[in-house]
Ligand binder design. Structure first.
Ligand code: ADP
Ligand code: 5GP
Length: 210
C-alpha cells in the first residue's frame, strides 16, 4: 500500500530532439532519483548502452510482455514500440525512490489515467525555436537526413500536447533549463512556492507553430 514515504513519479515528454533524454540524465544524478529503463523494439544508436539506455527487444518479446500485462504503459512511436514495465517502477517507488520517465505523450496519458497512489509531476520540454530543434536533430542523426525530416514533420503534431502537462519548460541553455525543472520538482515535493508563467509558454507555443 503506497504511503507518504513513497517516491514521486516525474515524467518528461517533448517533441523529439528538444532535449528530454539529456535532461533526464542530468536529473538522475540527484540523490534518491532513478530513471525508468524502457523496453523498445527500435535498433540501438551507436552511443547507446543496452540495459542502461533501453532494454532492446524484438517484436515477439515485446508482444509477450504486452500479453503478460507487464507494461504500466506502452505505445507505438515512429514505427517502433516503447514501453515501461510495471514491477521495477513500483518497487523503486515503494522504496522511496523518485522515478524519472522519458516517455512520449501517449505513455504520459496512460500513466495519468491509471491514477496510481503515487505523486506524479509531468513536464513537457520545448525547444527555443524550430531552427534550433532542426540543428539538434541534425547533430544527433548526422548520417540520416530522413529521420531528421520525419521528426521535424511530427513536431507540429507533438507540440500540441503541451496543454496536458503540469509544467512546460523551454530548453534553451541546458543548465538553466535543468535548474528550472529541478526547482519545480523540489517545490512540488516540499509543497513550496512555484515560479511558473503559463501565459509565457502559451505565447512561445504560438511562435513555434505559426
Ligand atoms: P530528446 O530526448 O528530446 O529526443 P536529446 O536529449 O537526445 O533529445 O537531445 C537532442 C540533441 O540535442 C542531443 O544531441 C543533445 O546533446 C542536444 N541538446 C540537448 N539539450 C541541449 C541544449 N540545451 N543545448 C544544446 N544542445 C542540446
Ligand atoms: P528515441 O527513439 O528518440 O529514444 O525515443 C522516441 C520517443 O519514444 C521519445 O518521445 C521517447 O520519450 C519515447 N519513449 C521512450 N521510451 C518510452 C516508453 O517506455 N514509453 C513511451 N510511451 N514512450 C517512450
Amino acid at each position: 500500500m503506497p504511503s507518504s514515504k513513497d517516491g514521486t513519479m516525474v515524467i518528461l515528454s517533448s517533441p523529439s530532439g528538444a532535449g528530454k533524454t539529456t535532461l533526464v540524465n542530468l536529473l538522475s544524478r540527484q540523490k534518491n532519483f532513478e530513471t525508468s529503463i524502457s523496453h523498445t523494439t527500435r535498433q540501438p544508436r551507436p552511443d547507446e548502452i543496452p540495459n542502461k539506455d533501453y532494454f532492446f527487444v524484438n517484436d515477439i518479446e515485446f508482444k509477450r510482455l504486452i500479453n503478460n500485462q507487464e507494461f504500466l504503459e506502452y505505445a507505438k512511436v515512429f514505427n517502433n514500440y516503447y514501453g515501461t514495465t510495471r514491477t521495477p517502477i513500483i518497487d523503486k517507488l515503494n522504496k522511496g525512490k523518485n522515478v524519472l520517465f522519458d516517455i512520449d505523450w501517449q505513455g504520459a496519458d496512460q500513466i495519468k489515467n491509471k491514477k496510481l497512489d503515487y505523486k506524479l509531476i509531468t513536464f513537457f520540454i520545448l525547444p527555443p525555436s524550430k531552427e534550433i530543434l532542426y540543428e539538434r536533430l541534425s547533430n544527433r542523426h548526422m548520417k540520416d537526413k530522413l529521420i531528421v525530416e520525419e521528426r521535424i514533420q511530427q513536431f507540429g503534431r507533438d507540440v500540441l500536447h503541451w496543454i496536458n502537462y503540469d509544467y512546460v519548460v523551454i530548453n534553451d541553455e541546458l543548465n538553466n533549463c535543468y535548474t528550472k525543472i529541478k526547482s519545480l520538482i523540489d517545490a512540488e515535493i516540499k509543497n513550496g512556492s512555484k515560479d511558473y508563467d503559463r501565459n509565457y509558454i502559451r505565447n512561445h507555443v504560438e511562435k513555434l507553430t505559426s
